[in-house]
Design a protein around this ligand. Structure first.
Ligand code: ADP
Ligand code: MG
Length: 523
């Protein structure tokens, strides 16, 4: 396995990448970064979503000199891309303060002029607007050492060929040139050949891959709705054991936390965890104590993961191969499995590529509505009811029903009992609910939320101790305690809840001041 460190990147960049949660380079990054750092030209072909931005942006960040003059120029077909690339450079250069200016049509030219005057080092823009600035004399290209043509095929499709050639001709001869493109039609090839010198050629053409025969579906959701869509899907599917894949460590961490806060038993596993921690998580998952395993590709690769009923892609993976790896975790040994992918509209193209390369079809599913979720809960409720009926031991309750039968029809009594039990659940709007908690609270107890958890080295004894000492409650009156990574829940007798709340809010556990509130009910 190649790491970012193997590619010759500086410590500052490695730190930035680690903070972003990138675990390992994608294939195009692995092949393009070393030659670019060494000063070679590169012609790279790789599909959308394969990480081409970092492939050229990281070497640029590394090679920028302190002088406040434009040294790198990146041409992109659209303003959106220009902004994305500028943002990426900003993120990758965290700590080294590289000045980057996006330059594109549609934004007042005055703002861009100010940015350029203040001495930018990297300019990212659409060819038209770059030409504008060159004509006005507001963008000097004399010190440009690196030029990147990003999404070259798109730029040519949009008729930018003459602008591009003009711009390239105005940059110094001894510059380094890189061209990236998803496809290599003849015109792109010609352009590449004319303006690069002794280029390193990189082509990441995905091979045909065989996928296991399982049901593959996808849901489409805007990025900020993804979590809600995921929880609805989970509530309808009710997987006994599922793996949810994320692209980065940070994404996995934050998703794991959100799921825990919403009452799912979820644990996160990624490359940053020590072996003992991984083993512990995996044991809990195998034993069924954890229903959802949130994982990155790297973490999952090295693991002996048991067969699961569902694989969920919370992000579309960077390449079709990862997709196949991921979904291969379900449907083993002839069992039925399900692979579910949640995509944002921007990831449609990536999904098409995956379908083409894997020769499989993902069915577009409608996002479950609250009514679907409610219907599923009713089914689950009936199932639970059947179990209770089989178990028997109903005598005291039969007495209650007989008592009420004097006033009401027994069918109505049963219906009212169902309503009472299901009602609270159905009123909740999952879209609006935040950090609530799941498990049913014992009758007569109130569940409190504490903003300290495992990461603060909190143990149950600390919580019981604080409640006993600060609120004067006997330790044995404290109910169930759940400790998660960054927060915990504790149940206390309802008539003492206010007292405990006040007392805990004035104290600290393991040196950390507490913020305690009554836990919101789950869905
Ligand atoms: P392309 O330009 O090839 O279409 P991008 O550079 O836009 O692809 O990258 C697609 C997504 O993958 C982005 O969200 C980016 O942050 C993410 N990404 C890129 N490289 C990595 C990596 N090594 N590990 C994890 N995520 C990555
Ligand atoms: Mg790109």
């Amino acid at each position: 396995m190649t790491t970012f460190a193997d590619l010759g990147l500086s410590d500052a960049i490695l730190r930035a990448l680690s903070e972003l949660g990138y675990e390992e380079p994608t294939p195009v990054q692995e092949q393009a970064i070393p030659p670019l750092i060494e000063g070679n030209d590169v012609i790279g072909q790789a599909q959308t979503g394969t990480g081409k931005t970092a492939a050229f942006a990281l070497p640029i960040v590394q090679k920028i000199l302190p002088q406040r003059v434009p040294q790198a120029l990146i041409l992109t077909p659209t303003r959106e891309l220009a902004m994305q690339v500028a943002e990426a450079i900003f993120k990758y250069s965290k700590g080294s303060q590289i000045r980057v200016a996006p330059v594109y049509g549609g934004q007042p030219i005055s703002r861009q002029l100010r940015a350029l005057e203040q001495g930018v080092q990297v300019v990212v823009g659409t060819p038209g607007r770059i030409m504008d600035h060159m004509r006005r004399g507001t963008l000097a290209l004399a010190n440009i050492r690196m030029v990147v043509l990003d999404e070259a095929d798109e730029m040519l499709n949009m008729g930018f060929i003459e602008d591009i050639e003009y711009i390239l001709q105005q940059t110094p001869q001894e510059r380094q040139t890189a061209l990236f493109s998803a496809t290599m039609p003849a015109e792109v090839e010609k352009l590449a050949r004319r303006y690069t010198r002794d280029p390193q050629r990189i082509s990441i053409v995905p091979e045909q891959l065989a996928v296991p025969r399982i049901r593959q579906t996808y849901y489409e959701a805007a990025p900020r709705e993804k979590l809600d869509v995921l929880t609805r899907v989970l509530d309808v599917e009710t997987p006994p054991a599922a793996i949810i894949f994320c692209r980065t460590r940070s994404e996995a961490d934050s998703l794991g936390e959100s799921l825990q806060a919403r009452g799912y038993t979820a644990e996160v596993i990624h490359g940053d965890l020590a072996q003992t921690q991984r083993d512990r998580v995996m044991k809990r998952f195998r034993d069924g104590q954890v229903e959802l395993l949130v994982a990155t590709d790297v973490a999952a690769r090295g693991l002996d993961i048991p067969d699961v009923s569902h694989v969920i892609n919370y992000d579309v993976p960077n390449d079709p191969e990862s997709y196949v790896h991921r979904i291969g975790r379900t449907g083993r040994a002839g069992r039925t499995g399900q692979a579910i992918t949640i995509i944002s509209p921007r990831e449609r193209r990536q999904l098409q590529i995956i379908q083409r390369v894997t020769k499989s079809k993902l069915t577009h599913e409608r996002i479950p509505t609250l009514a679907d979720v409610a219907a599923r809960r009713r089914e689950a409720f009936k199932e639970a009811l059947r179990n209770v009926l089989t178990e028997g031991d109903l005598d005291p309750y039969i007495l209650m029903v007989e008592d009420m039968a004097d006033e009401h029809d027994t069918t109505e009594v049963a219906a009212a009992a169902f309503k009472l039990l299901l009602n609270e659940v159905e009123q909740e709007d999952t879209l609006a609910s935040v950090a609530g908690d799941g498990a049913g609270v014992e009758p007569g107890m109130t569940r409190l939320f504490l903003d300290v958890g495992r990461f603060d080295r909190v143990r149950p004894a600390d919580i019981v101790g604080a409640i006993a000492n600060e609120a004067g409650l006997p330790g044995k009156s404290v109910g169930s305690i759940d400790i998660y990574d960054r927060f915990s829940f504790v149940e206390v007798p309802s008539d003492t809840a206010q007292k405990v709340l006040r007392a805990l809010n004035n104290t600290a556990i393991r040196g950390k001041a507490l913020n305690v509130s009554v836990a919101k009910p789950k869905r």
